[in-house]
Design a protein around this ligand. Sequence first.
Ligand code: MV4
Length: 457
Amino acid sequence: MTRPFHKVLVANRGEIALRVIRACHEMGLRTVAVYSTVDEHALHVRFADEAVCIGSGPAAASYLNIPNIIAAAEISGADAVHPGYGFLSERAEFAEVVQQCGMTWVGPSPDHMRLMGDKVKAREVMAHAGVPLLPGTGLLTSADEAVAAAREIGSPGILKASAGGGGRGMKIVNNLGQLPSVLELAQAEARAAFGSGDMYLERYVRNPRHIEVQVVADIAGAVTHVLERECSIQRRHQKLVEEAPAAKLDPDLRERILAAAVAATRAIGYHSLGTVEFLVDGSAFYFMEMNTRVQVEHCVTEMISGFDLVQEQLRLAAGEPLGITQPQDRARGHAIECRINAENPVDFSPAPGTITALHFPGGTGVRIDSHVYQGCTVPPYYDSMLAKLVVHAPTREQAVRRMQRALGEFVIEGVDTNLPLHRWLLKQDAFVHGEYDTHFLETHLDAEAIEHEAAVS
Ligand code: MV4
């Protein structure tokens, strides 16, 4: 099959750069890595067919440097760009430059990226599509307006930056009196962080679960979901454990969530891979945001569906029709992913350094996506994720046992990691029984538990 592109520049580093390179090579596509000076010896540089240095260690000088990345693409003759996740993956203006330079953007249209990046507009289009939303406002234009709206919506409320997302730029408002001052502070912070102080208000849900739906859409308008994932185990808006399917979800509620995600995707005429995130509160669910990139946790969906989502993303970018059909009939078993980070196990601060000893778990139903090797250095400039440990088994109970077993085999020396946290978590009754929400770590985790785990393992 002839494709509109043959050589893909991977505008990323770490495990996701390897993930994309692997997908490309299996499809017969050539690959170009880009790297910063501190990543000279990184695996994505070695695994790609070619590699171009794009600047120094700080991300702003390299992995976020659009002119340098475009120059690397031109020099190497790349005719497509895959952004991975993070870095430039949700920057519509980057996608636009890629397209203006005559290359294929492996993602949705820049217009869809912009629309979903604007959370107020996203809420508007989802309301029109009949997707359930929390009671909330449009763009807030004054403190008086915010107070009047808050009266309607009820307390507590949550102020969110329209240009935020992923938990950034949010403030809980417990009483109306606080609202004007909190709004002013939130606007100033949002302006500094995102270049826009635009805010909106929503009713705050106290103990939500985070359930998201993988969607895929082709350019002819065919849309399907690829089941859901649960990502409620997170800390400071960083997901730590994800699973597919959701731990415990009423079958009828699950059908309604999957249908809402497909409706949302169809309503905006979306094309590519995407994720529709929902907050689940008991038997109610609400649209949160739509991510327009491949996500870290896509692997759990791959394990239960058998599909290669990155290959699908590349095929969709080439204008090919959906290759994924009837995911619900193909779904098998249960998958869990633990994100293994280089970080202080107690205060979660990043812990860069050199990995002096490394052993990956293996055996039946175990997948590791990782860019680290024994002797490699973990630079201080980027995300601290070292590896994703993913297990697959016929039932959730077996997947939990498999993850416990695999975590026990994992050895990383030279840098602190959150392995003790994962070992502790996988033994907690609430997790084992699938009874947890987004506040689980906040309320259950303490330094003593982790120190004990680190001492016994
Ligand atoms: C909320 C919420 C409660 N009520 N919105 C955080 C990430 C972003 N996608 C939305 N987030 C939240 N929005 C309302 N109206 C609670 C969260 C939230 C959360 C959501 C998903 C996963 C983890 C979370 C942790 C804290 C707060």
